[in-house]
Design a protein around this ligand. Structure first.
Ligand SMILES: [Zn+2]
Length: 446
């Protein structure tokens, strides 16, 4: 072996050592950055593509209806209904070629929003804090798991016993508590109650994050304009109405929407299609394997029953719940009943005007555009939603559901970057205060 060759082998040996070292240090710094451990059976979306298509013709509508019906590899966000409609569809990696061929063959206008959806999920998982983190670590720059949210609410109740009461509606289908908080500074029995629920749809993480922000702001702010609302009204907030589904988005499938009830080979009822008001009449599915399965019967689900019982008990006792808000994502919309019909509710004009002012408030604050109107007119027909039931059956006059950020053509779908939590929550809270103020001015709280 020549000296030169020996030198070379040493060089190679050193290089290999350096490379191994480098791989190790990258891996360990990745690990320390990784906020949560990856469970072994977690769903992955590597090379799944997200398309935004425009259905130009009646033929396109028929084709995409058939595609949704037949293909388990194309996940639709909304159903094909009419020409000129825009639809977001996620396509499994092994179906990309077939799907692209379909678009070309039938000349469908489209845009690829994401070429690898797993990248968006991976980035999002870096923004999640571990579930055993101290509850005082709660902030609006990360996403938090159920245990932390509940521990944080308990902490608030302990630290502010005069103001905050911890509430529990009872257990979910899989035995998790459905917890909320009440902020009650106005001890008058007849004080108007504002009820906020979020997290009915598991993957819409921005909704519980926004609900938590609202609780925190009401409790801690010194801004006189907000303190006024915290002192005058009774606020009840349930951030996670679907704790089984929410938990499953962390340890199973980030894109899970429904509850986790078992129906043969598939799980889950879309809880926002399960309420007993014109149940399963439009915008729902009777198939438990579909994302908008309405359930085996009206109001069949444990989580639905809990909310109904809670609201009935509270409305029946002193009839103080005058406003009901449901938080969802995404699409940037502020909507009021009904979802199942174009027939207008009695106070349609007031709800239209109040919704318009709430949207206007957001535009002033952050420049974001939120569309407002009835559900049927604004997003798509649907039946069995909680706010339709709250209005139509329980008679709560002011009910709105929010679709929070991102915009309708969002590349991230439900995976809103954590840096947007705070501005999203700020604008939603400002809009809710506008709704409360306007409802009061119009005499709804007398
Ligand atoms: Zn939703």
């Amino acid at each position: 072996m020549s000296p030169k060759a020996t030198l070379c082998s040493v060089d190679i040996f050193l290089l290999v050592l350096l490379a191994i070292n480098a791989i190790h240090s990258v891996a360990s710094s990745e690990e320390s950055k990784n906020s949560i451990n990856t469970p072994p059976d977690i769903a992955r979306y590597d090379n799944y593509r997200v398309y935004h298509v425009e259905l130009g013709t009646a033929q396109h509508v028929d084709l995409f209806q058939e595609l949704e019906e037949k293909s388990d590899s194309c996940t639709f966000y909304g159903h094909a209904r009419h020409p000129q409609q825009k639809l977001t569809i996620m396509v499994a990696a092994h179906k990309v070629a077939d799907f692209a061929d379909l678009l070309r063959t039938y000349n469908v206008t489209h845009e690829v929003l994401s070429y690898n959806f797993q990248e968006i999920i991976d980035r999002n998982l870096q923004e999640v804090r571990p579930k055993d983190i101290e509850p005082k670590a709660m902030d609006w720059k990360h996403y938090f798991q159920l245990d932390t949210i509940y521990a944080w609410m308990e902490l608030l109740a302990q630290q502010n016993p005069q103001d905050i009461t911890l509430l529990n509606m009872g257990e979910s289908a899989q035995g998790l508590p459905i917890k909320g908080v009440q902020l009650r500074r106005n001890k008058n029995e007849t004080a108007t109650t504002i009820f906020i629920e979020s997290g009915i749809h598991a993957r819409e993480w921005i909704a519980p994050a926004t609900a938590n922000y609202i609780i925190n702001m009401l409790l801690t702010t010194n801004e006189p304009e907000i303190v006024k609302y915290a002192n005058e009204y009774n606020w009840i907030v349930f951030p996670v109405m679907n704790p089984d589904g929410y938990t499953y988005t962390f340890n199973g499938d980030r894109m899970w929407r429904k509850n986790r009830e078992l129906f043969g080979i598939c799980r889950g009822v879309d809880l926002n299609r399960n309420y007993p008001f014109h149940w399963n009449t439009t915008g729902t599915s009777g198939d438990p394997c579909r994302y908008d399965y309405a359930g085996p019967a009206a109001g069949s689900e444990v989580e639905t029953k809990r909310l109904i019982q809670f609201l009935r008990d509270n409305v029946a006792i002193n009839n103080t719940i005058k406003t009901f808000i449901s938080l969802h994502s995404y699409s940037q919309m502020i909507m009021f009943p009904y979802g199942h019909t174009a027939v207008r509710v009695d106070n349609y004009n007031d709800l239209t005007e109040i919704g318009r002012k709430a949207s206007e408030k957001i535009k002033q604050l952050t420049g974001r555009i939120y569309k407002s109107g009835s559900i049927y007119e604004t997003i798509y027909p649907s039946s069995g939603g909680s706010k339709d039931w709250a209005h139509g059956v329980l008679g709560i006059p002011i009910t709105y559901s929010f679709e929070l950020r991102g915009p309708p053509d969002s590349k991230e779908l439900f995976i809103l970057p954590a840096e947007e939590i705070e501005p999203t929550a700020q604008e939603a809270f400002a809009a809710i205060l506008t709704i409360v103020e306007e409802s009061n001015l119009r005499g709804y709280y007398n």
